[in-house]
Design a protein around this ligand. Structure first.
Ligand code: RRO
Length: 313
């Protein structure tokens, strides 16, 4: 079940979701990460970041909240330890890049794309939508002009042949407007969605559970939100309001049937994030379930069902 992601052929539509499988080594004990269409890394910034205070994870009946705060070793250490290792095991890697300024995003992308392991890089995912930044007003993905600027600067650093995906936030008034802005800046594809901003109150202390108060909600509860975002943006592509590019779907996928729902709304590749915390094989397992489901329906190519929910009749 191979897919074409803006000119890059992946042997499977299945990916991990950024931040949910760390550097891949632990997952690799359970499943060969090279079996994935691509391994998506935790977002990487230029320098080391210690992240927000603890607790920074909360499990709820309807999903998980995180307020990690972009923790990471910085791009140099990422390249030397993590990208080198992923390259050595034959994984295709989508590197999620982040920054506090548009030029920082670009510098991270430059370092990754000029590294000795750039041949493992299947795509750059530009994470403009982290909900856990110091001032929520600075989330790039909430503002078309800031989104455009980040993608414009990153594009200058990413060589032809490596597609640039923009990861969008569901916490915006008009996601199609943000999609239009990043596509004007040259994004080759869109990943939808990042987590949804939430707060959990500790039932005993009656205070926010997370040290940073707010966190990003993920898991099954946000799947209808992901389907809505993919649906709205795909509809805009289909009626010519914005250019047509591949959509990578993410949000609460646990089974092949969940994945097919996102595909029917318009996604041509699927990321599995939160489900991998309980079951590290989930991104690969969901791919097998999706393939079996399509076979039962007599469908041989995933492309034949991408966006099918938009067809009348
Ligand atoms: O690190 C995080 O806190 C984080 C990031 Br960068 C993101 O994009 N989404 C999320 O839920 N958490």
């Amino acid at each position: 079940m191979s897919v074409d992601l803006a000119g890059v052929r992946l042997p499977s539509p299945m990916m991990t979701a950024s931040g949910c499988a760390a550097n891949g080594r632990e997952m690799h004990r359970f499943v060969d990460v090279a079996e994935l269409g691509a391994f998506v890394t935790k977002s990487v910034k230029l320098g080391a970041v210690s992240g927000r205070g603890t607790p920074r994870m909360a499990e709820t009946d309807s999903g998980m909240l995180n307020s990690i705060g972009l923790q990471g070793p910085g791009v140099q250490a990422f390249v030397e330890r993590d990208l080198a290792w992923l390259h050595s095991v034959g994984a295709r890697v989508v590197v999620s890049v982040a920054g506090s300024t548009a030029s920082e995003f670009a510098a991270v992308a430059r370092t990754v794309c000029r590294s000795p392991y750039a041949s493992a890089v299947a795509a750059i995912e530009v994470n403009i939508s982290c909900p856990n930044v110091a001032n929520r007003g600075l989330v790039f993905a909430c503002d078309p002009a800031s989104s455009h600027k980040v993608l414009t600067l990153v594009r200058e650093e990413v060589p032809r042949g490596i597609p640039m995906l923009a990861k969008l936030s569901p916490d915006v008034t008009d996601i199609t407007e943000i999609a239009a802005a990043v596509l004007r800046a040259g994004a080759h594809g869109l990943t939808m969605i990042n987590t949804l901003l939430g707060v959990v109150i500790d039932p005993v202390r009656l205070r926010p559970h997370l040290a940073g108060t707010t966190g990003g909600l993920s898991g099954p509860a946000i799947r209808p939100v992901a389907v809505r975002a993919i649906w709205q943006v795909t509809a805009a592509m289909r009626d010519g309001r914005i250019p047509t590019v591949p959509v990578v779907g993410a949000g609460g996928v646990r089974t092949g049937a969940d994945a097919l729902e996102l595909v029917a709304a318009g996604a041509s590749a699927i990321q599995v994030g939160t489900a991998a915390f309980n079951d590290p094989t989930a991104p690969v397992r969901v791919g097998h379930e999706l393939a079996a489901d399509l076979e039962r329906r007599g469908i041989t190519r995933l492309a034949d069902v991408v966006g099918i929910a938009h067809d009348g009749g």
